[in-house]
Design a binder for this molecule. Structure first.
Ligand code: LLP
Length: 427
């Protein structure tokens, strides 16, 4: 982690700022996003595409971290947005991303979401089924316009990722079956209200090897050649997201290798290319600060380190058995001899476990840790389960830090709830 340093006096620092200072001021749990790291990563990805001689538009997958500050920073770096809901569309617009730089993905878009997107003149809608193509055709016709679409094709390629996040297999709900795509593209060309510009694909998430990308892009390239031979035009191939990071010891996915796969398979096609990265950009830029509530000893067994963060904050370990690095903030603690501990949250479920048998130095009540690589699919997947307020969020940039979301107040937990009159006396 080039963005993390252990300072002998101040303890763990992110992008040059002491995390203890943030925790002192804001409390824990607290999400911290390193803006400099985020910028470095998006620039590296864009540079990798340029170095390969490719003209690629980058649409950040908003679902990874939808905070307005994150979207605004990425907009400043030239990114567009890949969205999957009306809420994400509204956020992208609020952050100043132009409709023309927004791509709408997702397997189930409602009429209201489509009307809003088409009415705004959104850059591209990735269509996921024959049924959806007809719906878009009729909505755009009714609005007296044409929707720019690609067909999202399911290439039936195994990306070798966790079962809950793989998307490119025929058995998954995503995309149009490969064998139906050419015929549906021909049909799209004949439909009113539709401007079909090409194909999109996305094969999964946390992909560490470039081989499945090459396989998928080779199939898409064949499809482009097939439909062109039949007289259709293809201007765009959207290559999806999914590039993985190093959570533990696995080597991080390399944007340069991804660019190489795109160039090898799609570089000669004379199409505009696009990518939809989320995790690779945001995950390593963020961490979750937490304090030890208590160290629950169990004789000779590994103790339970009970944190003030829980599965309602960071769901990934409970949901996917995901491994996240856990690092003490104190330089003194970090040098003590380590032993196995189970790191858990206070929520009333056994699944509220961040790590089992993790080698950690002894830590007592009040000691602080950083849970690493949580800048993507972290805060966005939080809930208030167990009536736990949403954690504070902080952005570090240029050696200073900004609260970008104060800790949710208790009153905010029931904001919007109403109690029917006959029960009102009790609340
Ligand atoms: N494009 C589409 C159409 C997607 O479905 C996704 C992610 C992305 C782009 C961005 O993928 P990325 O570059 O971030 O891998 N909550 C899970 C990850 C779910 C990803 C869903 N789709 C996790 O915490 O691992």
């Amino acid at each position: 982690h080039p963005s993390l340093k252990m300072d002998p006096l101040c303890g763990l620092m992110l992008d040059g700022v002491a995390l203890n200072a943030i925790a002192d001021a804001v409390g824990t749990p607290c999400w911290v996003m390193g803006g400099d790291t985020l910028r470095t990563r998006v620039r590296r990805m864009q540079q990798a595409m340029r170095d390969a001689g490719l003209n690629v538009s980058l649409h950040y997958a908003v679902k990874a971290n939808d905070h307005l500050a994150v979207l605004s920073l990425l907009r400043e770096e030239g990114a567009g947005a890949d969205i999957v809901s009306g809420g994400e569309l509204a956020r992208a617009l609020k952050a100043g991303i132009a409709p023309a730089h927004i791509v709408f993905s997702g397997v189930g878009k409602t009429d209201a979401e489509l009307e809003r997107a088409i009415g705004l003149g959104i850059g591209q809608i990735n269509v996921e089924s024959a049924e959806e193509l007809d719906i878009i055709s009729s909505i755009a016709s009714r609005l007296g316009t044409r929707a720019t679409i690609t067909l999202r094709v399911n290439p039936d390629v195994d990306a070798g990722t966790h079962a809950k996040i793989t998307t490119g297999l025929a058995a998954n709900k995503f995309g149009i079956p490969y064998d139906h795509a050419a015929a549906l593209y021909a049909r799209a060309a004949s439909l009113p209200g539709i401007r079909a510009v090409g194909f999109a694909t996305h094969i999964g998430s946390q992909i560490l090897s470039v081989a499945p990308y090459r396989a998928a892009y080779a199939r898409i390239a064949d499809l482009v050649r097939t439909v062109r031979a039949a007289g259709q035009t293809v201007e765009v191939v959207d290559c999806g997201g999914g590039l993985g990071i190093s959570y533990r010891t696995e080597p991080e996915g390399q944007p340069e290798a991804l660019a190489g796969a795109m160039k090898a398979e799609l570089g000669g096609l004379d199409v505009r290319l696009a990518i939809e990265p989320g995790r690779w950009l945001a995950a390593p830029a963020g961490l979750l600060l937490s304090s030890v509530i208590l160290n629950k000893a169990r004789g000779n067994e590994a103790p339970f380190l009970v944190l003030d963060a829980a599965m309602n904050d960071l769901l990934r370990p409970s949901m996917y058995d995901a491994w996240h690095g856990i690092v003490p903030l104190s330089p003194h603690v970090a040098t003590l001899p380590a032993g196995p501990a189970h790191v858990v949250g206070p929520v009333c479920e056994s699944g509220d476990t961040f790590a089992r048998d993790r080698h950690l130095p002894p830590m007592q009540r009040g000691a602080r840790v950083a849970i690493l690589d949580t800048g993507a699919y972290g805060a966005v997947m939080s809930s208030t389960y167990n009536s736990r307020p949403l954690a504070a969020e902080v952005l570090v940039e240029d050696g200073t830090w900004h609260v970008i979301r104060p800790r949710q107040s208790l009153e905010a937990l029931w904001q919007g709830e109403t109690v029917p009159a006959h029960l009102a006396g009790t609340a």
